[in-house]
Ligand binder design. Structure first.
Ligand SMILES: NC(=O)c1ccc[n+]([C@@H]2O[C@H](COP(=O)([O-])OP(=O)(O)OC[C@H]3O[C@@H](n4cnc5c(N)ncnc54)[C@H](OP(=O)(O)O)[C@@H]3O)[C@@H](O)[C@H]2O)c1
Length: 300
């Protein structure tokens, strides 16, 4: 990489934005449709935005896709009449519903659903929606898929995290925001940090699956416009498209066993999960996260 490119990457802005994607993508080769044809993928939050672009690309390459989301409206608007795609209602903050979801047999899983609601809703009496759905809900879904042998050996499991986690250290106190004023940006960064930590932990635990995690850059989706309208307006056309945001997710699915399990990716390159020493969690923190998730699992 040239010094100039390194400087642009260090600027963050000219890396996470659309120009960063275009610069990095100069070296990308086209995805190989053969690796997707006839395969069945489960994509949470696949009805619109980045997950919608993942679904659309998978279908175009001949895959079958099961999409989940809380509401069907966006799915109908984006996928009505298309072959190979089906929808199942699933609120990942509803842990009972995760246990009764109809499951198929999948060649890959994308844990993408997410957002940054302005108001917290208490989930399971102890989590806000962000942590409850994106971390605990996804963990319970993944756990069920593994326990019921619904993921083929070697299947890729991909977490869609965010660069927002770079500023945050994992913390597990007051995850329902009952003892302090709710701060959606901090909760989001914490949930995304937890996803990155889990990606590494689960890669060690489940050797038959290939875990990966990525951040998509800054993508002009509904979620971003609602969560950060000022930022969305300032960035304007410099935000990435949903297709650009989906690229590394699809690439990780395509690479499968060629990837080392448990890494964090951005624009098809493995990246550090920390840039600030104070965001390093301890082994005890990691074990506490797993213990917390297992304790929820034991109740559902
Ligand atoms: N946009 C960005 O710049 C950006 C940057 C970094 C990371 N990300 C991450 O990328 C992922 C996709 O974001 P996006 O920008 O594409 O958002 P989006 O356009 O709002 O799409 C979010 C998807 O998730 C579903 N969803 C949201 N909350 C859910 C819940 N509690 N249970 C089940 N499904 C839920 C939504 O459908 P329903 O509303 O019908 O449930 C929708 O299908 C998220 O994990 C987000 O954190 C985005």
């Amino acid at each position: 990489m040239t010094m100039f490119n390194k400087l642009l990457d260090l600027s963050i802005i000219y890396s996470f934005d659309q120009s960063g994607y275009q610069r990095h993508a100069r070296l990308f080769s086209e995805l190989n449709a053969v690796k997707f044809a006839g395969k069945h993928f489960l994509v949470t939050g696949g009805s619109r935005g980045i997950g919608g672009a993942v679904t659309q690309a998978l279908l175009a390459m001949g895959a079958e896709v099961t999409v989940t989301a809380r509401t069907q409206q966006d799915f109908d608007a984006n996928f009505a009449g298309q072959a190979g795609v089906s929808f199942q209602t699933l609120d990942l903050g509803n842990f009972e519903a995760i246990q009764t979801l109809h499951l198929g047999l999948y060649d890959g899983l994308v844990l993408n659903a997410g957002g940054m609601p302005s108001q917290p809703t208490l989930v399971d009496g102890q989590f806000d929606t962000i942590f409850g759905a994106q971390v605990v809900g996804h963990y319970l879904l993944l756990d069920r898929l593994i326990e019921e042998d619904r993921l083929r050996t070697g299947a890729p499991v991909h977490w869609v995290a965010s660069g927002g986690m770079y500023l945050h250290k994992l913390q597990l106190d007051d995850l329902g925001w009952q003892q302090r004023p709710y701060d959606k940006v901090t909760s989001y960064a914490n949930a995304k940090r937890a996803q990155v930590v889990l990606n590494g932990l689960l890669a060690q635990r489940y050797k038959k699956l290939v875990f990966s995690c990525s951040h998509p850059g800054w993508v002009g989706t509904d979620a971003l416009a609602k969560a950060l309208p000022g930022f969305t307006n300032r960035m304007g056309k410099r935000l990435r498209t949903a297709e650009q945001g989906a690229d590394t997710i699809l690439w990780c699915l395509e690479q499968r066993q060629q990837l080392k399990s448990g890494l964090f990716w951005f624009d098809r390159h493995p990246r550090q999960t920390r840039v600030f020493f104070w965001t390093q969690e301890s082994e005890a923190d990691r074990l506490a996260l797993l213990a917390l998730l297992e304790s929820v699992k034991a109740r559902y």
